[in-house]
Write a protein that binds this ligand. Structure first.
Ligand code: S6P
Ligand code: ZN
Length: 197
């Protein structure tokens, strides 16, 4: 990997690919087993098609202190039962590493929590910059049922990803669709001991 400076361009509205991309990850329904509230709806959808829920295009850099890894996250529109398509979500393995998200197009939110169980949900609209403070787990949710949620993210090269904690416990909060729009609720399926995480 070159150590020289470089440039690339972000996707415009209606596009999802940056002009430079070293890795492209696609996450389908199968990789989100157990994460949605409505298991019957999940299994019924999966029986028809293993739908693509979200994609990540990364501009890779060495996973080292001082480096910055960035890329584009695209959460497609849709529902599993009454729950919006979303990312798996994770803590960073090096908990004390922050992340910046910039919303290019679409709308939605970031569901966040820290290991003490404090929760926060911040909303994305085109132009929104979100600072995910160190120690906060984060999950992107697309609350627009007609358009992709496209964000640009930047995080420390050495951050790493801890998926297991969220896979084991879930997030404390969920975002559900209603006639009046998105509603943030406590997660009835959260598997930890309240106040202990
Ligand atoms: C990495 C950063 C994003 C996410 C992406 C997909 O630290 O937060 O690149 O990886 O939005 O989410 P997830 O939870 O499947 O990695
Ligand atoms: Zn992250």
């Amino acid at each position: 990997m070159s150590d020289k400076p470089f440039t690339f361009t972000l996707p415009g509205t209606g596009e999802i690919r940056p002009s430079r991309c070293d890795s492209h990850i696609e996450r389908c329904l199968t990789s989100m087993r157990g994460m949605f509230q409505d298991e019957k709806a999940y299994e019924a959808m999966l029986a028809v098609e293993d739908k693509l829920l979200y994609e990540v295009f990364e501009i890779r850099r060495p996973e080292a202190v001082g480096e910055l890894i960035s890329g584009i996250s695209v959460v497609h529109p849709g529902l599993v039962g009454n729950e919006y398509y979303m990312t798996k979500g994770h803590f960073h393995s090096v908990l004390a590493t922050a992340e910046i998200y910039y919303c290019i197009s679409g709308s939605g939110c970031m569901v966040m929590e820290n290991p003490e169980g404090e929760c926060d949900v911040e909303w994305f609209h085109p132009g929104t910059v979100l600072y995910v403070a160190p120690r906060w787990a984060h999950r992107s949710v697309n609350t627009d049922l007609d358009h992709d949620l496209v964000t640009y993210f930047v995080y420390s090269g050495n951050a790493g990803h801890d998926y297991k904690t969220i896979e084991t416990y879930g997030f404390h909060q969920i975002v559900m669709h209603s006639d009046k729009g998105p509603v943030v609720q406590d997660n009835p399926r959260w598997k930890g001991v309240r106040g202990a995480m």
